[in-house]
Ligand binder design. Structure first.
Ligand SMILES: Cc1cc2nc3c(=O)[nH]c(=O)nc-3n(C[C@H](O)[C@H](O)[C@H](O)COP(=O)(O)OP(=O)(O)OC[C@H]3O[C@@H](n4cnc5c(N)ncnc54)[C@H](O)[C@@H]3O)c2cc1C
Length: 497
């Protein structure tokens, strides 16, 4: 069978494209290398506990807010089981041994931080005022009528640095650090992170912050349900190893099991560099490949999935961020001796609430260099030295958490560790990068990836197009589909939701 559209990768980007295009009556096939679909939306069950691989909380889901509209347009909102995080503290920032609550609702946010910073009300008001302006600049997206992607790079907030902005509203270093407490959500870098990216992410969570009770896999499962309902297919255990060309166009993909799948049009949701490596087509210019390959990718992470003994660790309905740094924007300067200078943990929401947590995931950024010496190994043949490294780092991180939450280590029944190598092998990203290509406010155009390529029937989607994160990946998928069925129509349907 020859499909209208073949989509590589069943993460959020691939599945959203499949949902939108299958609704249009196009025949769709999504091919996924892993045995479970969902990419960073995957949850897995172990020892009776649900763990999320990536996505653990979402912003902007209250009525009328942007993600709410997107999910309704995709027809998945009504069946999602959501759990609102604590209104007065959805993120707790622990910095210099002090806890700072980040609250939902703009005036509540100001009020709670004002109590901690009595002289900083004007700065907090300026902060919120600016976030609101950034969010309303997205009207450029809501009013898009053609393939004009200016809102992604030619936008006043996209050429300003997040760090510079924070320093412009206050001289209080502690407040700047607290307002940067969500830095791990975007792997912030002082010289790269734009005010736009920072502002959109921060705004959406302050608007409203939710966990998906039972795990983020629900989003993937509901999207697959929609795709199947519309006649589309999602094939797992189907790794693409090559895009075949005929004349100037692509004709099929070759899977690692030897199967060939034909289609009229191809959408790749995996990293553009990895896509280009598999495409043998004269239309891809060397200069384009060189530019994409030279872009910096965001950092990777070391994570520990912890299972607790019964009734031993209290359930917390907020995410916990800890920093042992004078300046949070120095966190990329981590090395093996000062690691972990920062970490976050989150407790997945269960469908039935309990007073004690069943499990928790700790995440700390870790550069790929830490595990580079094992980069050519496979999960099956990693040596004892690697296992010792994992255990040494796990003990460091667990002790760090225990120092802030006494009794933590005693409450652990078992734990499971992932390194940047684990994440690389799972997701197929470069060096286990969490969020793909780093956008750069000093040169926004150079990090902008257009959904169309020079190969007439190859398009790109996923976290490298617009932004990473659930909200950013959906925008990217809308732009990609807009190239095929017209952006005006999609935007109208979203606005009419
Ligand atoms: C640890 C972590 C925590 C996060 N937390 C949040 C959060 O709380 N909230 C939020 O909004 N965002 C969060 N994000 C970001 C968000 O998860 C991602 O930006 C988004 O899910 C990426 O979607 P994607 O479709 O671009 O990529 P992916 O989800 O990576 O999907 C790509 C898919 O392609 C498959 N693939 C790769 N190569 C091949 C091949 N050759 N053939 C076939 N299939 C292939 C992969 O297996 C994968 O399934 C988090 C990310 C990480 C890593």
């Amino acid at each position: 069978m020859k499909y209208d559209i073949l989509i590589v990768g069943s993460g959020l980007g691939g599945l959203v494209c499949a949902d939108i295009l299958s609704k249009e009556g196009l025949s769709i096939c999504v091919v996924e290398k892993n045995k479970q679909a969902g990419g960073c939306l995957q949850s897995y069950k172990k020892h009776g506990c649900n763990f999320d691989v990536g996505v653990h909380y979402l912003g902007g889901l209250d009525e009328g807010q942007i993600l709410n509209k997107f999910f309704k347009y995709l027809n998945i909102y009504n069946d999602l089981t959501l759990k609102k995080l604590d209104t007065d503290c959805f993120d707790l920032i622990n910095y210099k041994n002090e806890d700072y609550p980040i609250a939902q609702g703009f005036s509540n946010f100001i009020e709670k931080l004002h109590a901690k910073f009595p002289n900083e009300k004007p700065a907090l008001e300026k902060y919120i005022e600016q976030l609101k302006k950034i969010q309303s600049s997205l009207s450029m997206f809501h009013e898009m009528k053609d393939d004009n992607y200016k809102f992604l790079f030619d936008n006043e907030f996209n050429t300003l640095g997040a760090y510079d902005f924070l320093n412009s509203i206050t001289q209080n270093k502690d407040l700047i650090n607290v307002l940067s407490g969500n830095i791990s959500l975007f792997a912030g870098k002082r010289e790269k992170t734009s005010l736009y990216l920072y502002g959109l992410i921060s705004y959406s969570y302050i608007e409203s912050a939710y966990k998906i009770a039972g795990g983020s896999q629900q989003i993937a499962d509901l999207l697959i349900h929609e795709i199947n309902k519309n006649g589309g297919k999602v094939l797992t255990n189907s790794e693409v190893i090559k895009f075949n060309s005929e004349n100037d166009k692509l004709s099929s993909v070759l899977l690692s099991n030897g199967e060939v799948v034909e289609a009229e049009t191809f959408i790749s949701s995996i990293h553009p560099s990895l896509t280009l490596r598999m495409v043998d087509n004269k239309s891809i210019r060397k200069s384009f490949s060189n530019r994409i390959n030279s872009l910096e990718n965001s950092v990777s992470a070391f994570t520990i999935d912890v299972v607790f003994k019964d009734n031993s660790f209290k359930n917390l309905n907020y995410n916990y961020y800890h920093y042992n740094l004078d300046d949070l924007w120095d966190s990329p300067l981590v090395n093996e001796s000062n690691w972990p200078n920062a970490f976050m943990f989150h407790i997945p929401a269960e469908k039935v609430e309990t007073a004690y947590a069943k499990n928790l995931t700790i995440l700390s950024f870790m550069p790929f260099d830490f595990v580079k010496k094992w980069e050519n190994s496979t999960p099956e043949n990693r040596n004892q030295e690697y296992e010792d490294f994992k255990e040494k780092m796990a003990q460091k991180l667990l002790r760090k958490v225990d120092s802030l939450h006494p009794g933590f280590i005693n409450s652990i029944k078992r734990y499971n560790v992932s390194t940047p190598l684990t994440f690389r092998d799972f997701s197929g990203t470069i060096d286990g990068s969490l969020y793909g290509i780093m956008k750069d406010y000093q040169s926004p155009l150079s990090t902008f990836i257009h959904p169309r390529t020079k190969v007439p029937n190859l398009l790109l989607t996923g976290q490298n197009i617009a932004f990473h994160g659930v909200f950013g990946v959906i925008i990217g998928a809308i732009l990609t589909c807009g190239e095929l069925i017209g952006i005006k129509k999609i935007i109208k349907e979203i606005n009419d939701v």
